[in-house]
Design a protein around this ligand. Structure first.
Ligand code: SAH
Length: 407
């Protein structure tokens, strides 16, 4: 005769207000402070709790944190036990999605938090090194279990922690960086669609690199045959190098970071495209202004066949959206002035707060001011290792378009 191992009913219960259950049932894993009716017994921050609706129906279990605005981050609709095995199973499910949609990739996002029902956890794979970010207290407290599961699945050379996100303060967590397992790796070369990109895992952006454009690099490059290309906000050269390999006539990449420009320049040499691919340190806004400022009787000479715009997010929150839109309009206006007729504008927006519709409206306003008419030839989204769950709007952030200058 067997007995139940744990007594899950003993979990503290968070009861949500009437009307709050539907969002959770549709798959959204966050329970906000304001949605909670009561707690049946005290719960420690970081503990597993169960969440019920006001009629006592179980909605799921998740990590509790009274310090965060998000009081509970749900993990499952059942009363699961959180162990290294739980993490192993869930991470293997996430890997299966990547294998299906990015079968050739060797560097990719293994776990994308809410997209993979692991709110608060990001794991990026850079060849044989894994980089982890834990943005919730519940996940942070379980780093050892997560590390154990990752070691079992991947046997990686190293597992690094890049937890310097300022958002961690909302969970009462410090900003830290370190090694969770293996050796301390900082420099590493990743394979992006067959190109070699040297990344700095200790100092680079996010967890070292932007993996979310892996598919778009190829799609955009397929339009670059014979083109004179301008790659704005080029970072390590992702778009420019792909364009050069795909047969661009010439590529100029611009980034304000001297380090990024140096690294991109080296990447061009390593990938044998430095004869037609150069990177320069410049503030894109200033550079555009300089290139598009002409005297009273002069005309701007459009000279690019393709301009790529992949700026950082100009928004931190909803309040900064109007300023961000002004920034987007400015760079699109100038880019459209520098594009030849028939040329391609490949443009991206990684701000969750700016929708694809808003983004396109800004581009159209810029086209109007630049006296150009554009033809939309492609729409882009984040690579499939950053899955979008429409019931969790926060999982969707990257949108992009390719427009041809029709007139
Ligand atoms: N396209 C890149 C990612 C760009 S990330 C890729 O595919 O990997 C944004 C980049 O914009 C960063 O490298 C940052 O240094 C740069 N940047 C931010 N503001 C800038 C500005 N005003 N002018 C030029 N570069 C800028």
């Amino acid at each position: 005769m067997s007995f139940p191992v744990a007594a899950p009913a003993a979990l503290p219960t968070v009861v949500v207000r009437p009307g709050e259950a539907d969002r959770i049932l549709s798959g959204h894993p966050w329970v906000y402070n304001g949605s909670i009716l009561r707690l049946t017994q005290p719960a420690a921050d970081g503990d597993l709790v169960q969440v019920k609706d006001h009629r006592q129906r179980l909605l799921g279990v998740g990590f509790y944190n009274s310090k965060s605005k998000i009081n509970v981050r749900l993990l499952d609709t059942d009363r699961i036990e959180v162990s290294a095995t739980f993490f192993e199973t869930r991470i293997r499910e996430a890997i299966a999605i990547r294998k299906r949609h990015l079968p050739k990739a060797t560097s990719f996002r293994v776990v994308n938090a809410e997209s993979d029902f692991l709110s608060g956890l990001i794991v990026d794979k850079y060849e044989d090194v894994l980089v982890v970010q834990t943005s919730s207290l519940g996940m942070d407290m379980r780093k050892a279990m997560i590390t154990q599961a990752l070691k079992k699945i991947f046997s990686p050379r190293a597992i690094l922690e890049r937890n310097e996100m300022s958002s961690r303060k909302f969970e009462g967590l410090p900003e830290i960086q370190g090694v969770l397992a293996g050796e301390n790796v900082s420099d590493l070369t990743v394979n992006m669609n067959g190109l070699k990109i040297a990344v700095d895992l200790a100092g680079g952006h996010k967890t070292g690199y932007y993996l979310d454009q892996q598919v778009n690099y190829q799609s955009v490059a397929s339009l670059a045959q014979g083109a004179n290309v301008l790659d704005c906000f080029s970072f390590l050269g992702g778009f420019g190098l792909h364009a050069a390999r795909a047969g661009a006539f010439r590529v100029l990449g611009l980034d304000q970071s001297e380090d990024a420009v140096k690294a991109a320049t080296k990447n061009a040499v390593v990938n044998k495209v430095s004869d037609r691919c150069a990177f320069e340190a410049a503030n894109v806004f200033d550079w555009f202004k300089q290139q598009t400022t002409v005297g009273p009787h002069e005309k701007i000479v459009p000279r690019y066949d393709m301009i790529i715009l992949d700026p950082p997010s100009f928004t931190r929150n909803r309040a900064s959206v109007p300023d961000a839109l002004r920034g987007y309009k400015e760079i699109h206006l100038r880019a459209l002035k520098l594009l030849k007729r028939g040329g391609t504008l490949a443009t991206f927006c990684c701000s969750h707060h700016v929708s694809a519709t808003m983004f396109q409206e800004v581009i159209l306003a810029a086209a109007f001011d630049a006296h150009r008419v554009v033809r939309r030839v492609a729409t882009y989204t984040q690579s499939p290792d950053h899955p979008v769950l429409p019931s969790i709007p926060e999982t969707e952030y990257l949108k992009g378009f390719a427009f041809e200058v029709a007139r």
